[in-house]
Design a protein around this ligand. Structure first.
Ligand code: PLP
Length: 428
């Protein structure tokens, strides 16, 4: 590794002009100590910092880079689209292509509205659920993150956990009084919430596979239970698939687990690395949106032609390259290698994986929810993170983030990662 002199200089400058030097808090490395590196460029599974160091990247711009960085087909699509104009604010054909593609890939999405981020998607889906049902309350889960909209920023996972404020300042209690929070994977808690709020819960919003407090999986039957109880109670089931959509399968977690939610939220992969979000679902619900219905939602840049082009190119390439089978293989290899390496070193690690998403918790107890995740030894994680970084492997700089494999990772990259981890585990 070259000394990170330019990165340090840039960070020092950034601190003068940008709060904490970063435009999204987890990037600041606060949870692991040290300073972030600054990126010069990225290609495939690698990023290069401004000091010339190369890292094998498992953050993948926090999910979107499922085809690796600077995928040539996406770059070409962006260039071609940009030549025709970067924003119109007038309907353009690519929006229709995108909507049609989403509907084909995700059968529960009969109609879809495009927006600019995952936060916009969840915020709008919640408003729509409230408008459609005429109810105010929303049920969410401890440790699930649904973006930074006021009413959802309660016990919200990664960033919030990393900085020790489970609830943000600046959110009036009145704004979250209709947000009910219960532990994930605990059917009884959901039943109790419905019993305590009869006829008042508009919907449940859930990350079907929670990836913002590390990664843990729904217990068998749990998502089916959420489907049943929402239907029985006249509430909507909202899957926040901003992270899992187009990543765990063509049709996201809902395809993988065979559940049909009423509404779904997307982001990340759907934009091919450009800012895109979307929410969609049952036609009769979606038709409650303006201009047809009474629920207002809008966006100057929504359906942006360049972003649509990037997203469409990404989805086309995922399909053409049989990406999901390959990601599953790579994920299985990483899981097997990491489990063996930690066992050999005698370091207790719960390595949890779903397709190309993964997380290793430093605890000997199984992890099914946020309370379990919090048992992870974060001092160990810090050493592990820096040990891997020093060996050229970039993991998310927090215990409470999922890792992502891309189709640009090779079997050799996975082996290299496991070898690095085996060495680092011995030092913990
Ligand atoms: C990242 C994420 C969001 C927020 O998306 P942004 O594009 O960062 O606003 C919402 N929900 C989930 C599950 C996410 O992982």
């Amino acid at each position: 590794m070259h000394p990170k002199i330019k990165s340090q200089e840039l960070f020092a400058q950034a601190l003068n002009y940008i709060p904490g030097g970063v435009n999204s808090p987890v990037r600041a490395f606060r949870a692991v100590g040290g300073q972030p590196f600054f990126v010069d460029r990225a290609r495939g599974a690698s990023v290069w910092d401004v000091d010339g160091n190369r890292y094998l990247d498992y953050v993948g711009t926090w999910g979107p880079a499922i085809l690796g960085h600077a995928n040539p087909k996406i770059i070409k699509a962006v260039r071609d689209a940009a030549k025709l104009g970067t924003s119109f604010g007038i309907p353009n054909p690519r929006e229709v292509d995108m909507a049609r593609t989403l509907r084909a890939w995700v059968p529960s999405v009969e109609k879809v509205r495009l927006c600019n981020s995952g936060t916009e998607a969840t915020m709008s889906a919640i408003r729509l659920a409230r408008g459609f049902t005429g109810r105010d309350k929303i049920l969410k889960f401890d440790g699930c993150y649904h973006g930074h909209a006021d009413s959802l920023l309660v016990k919200a996972g990664s960033g919030a956990l990393t900085f020790g404020n489970p609830d943000s300042a600046g959110v009036p209690a009145a704004f979250t009084q209709h947000t009910i929070v219960v532990p994930y994977n605990d059917p009884e808690a959901v039943r109790a919430a419905f019993a305590a709020n009869p006829g008042a819960i508009a919907g449940i919003i859930v990350e079907p596979v929670p990836g913002n407090a590390g990664l843990y999986l729904p217990r068998p039957g749990y998502l089916e239970f959420l489907r049943q109880i929402t239907s029985a109670e006249g509430a909507l089931l909202i899957f926040d698939e901003v992270m899992t959509g187009f990543r765990l399968a063509k049709g996201g977690a809902q395809e993988r687990f065979g559940i049909r939610p009423d509404l779904s939220c997307f982001g990340k992969v759907i934009g091919g690395g450009l800012p895109v979000g979307a929410f969609g679902g049952r036609g009769e619900i979606m038709d409650y949106l303006a201009p047809l219905g009474p629920v207002y939602q809008a966006g100057t840049l929504s359906g942006n032609p360049v972003a649509m082009a990037a997203g469409l190119a990404a989805l086309a390439e995922l399909e053409a390259s049989h990406a999901y089978a390959r990601l599953e293989e790579l994920g299985a290899a990483l899981e097997a290698g990491m489990k063996e390496a930690s066992a050999t070193a005698g370091v207790p690690v719960q390595f949890i994986r779903c397709g190309s998403m993964f997380c290793g918790y430093f605890t000997s107890e199984p992890v099914h929810n946020l309370a379990d995740a919090m048992k992870s030894d974060r001092e160990r994680f810090k050493k592990y993170f820096h040990g891997m970084l020093d060996r050229g492997v970039y993991l998310a700089p927090s215990q409470f983030e999922a890792g992502f494999i891309s189709t640009a990772h090779s079997a050799a990259d996975i082996e290299k990662t496991v070898r690095a981890a085996a060495r680092v585990f011995r030092t913990l």
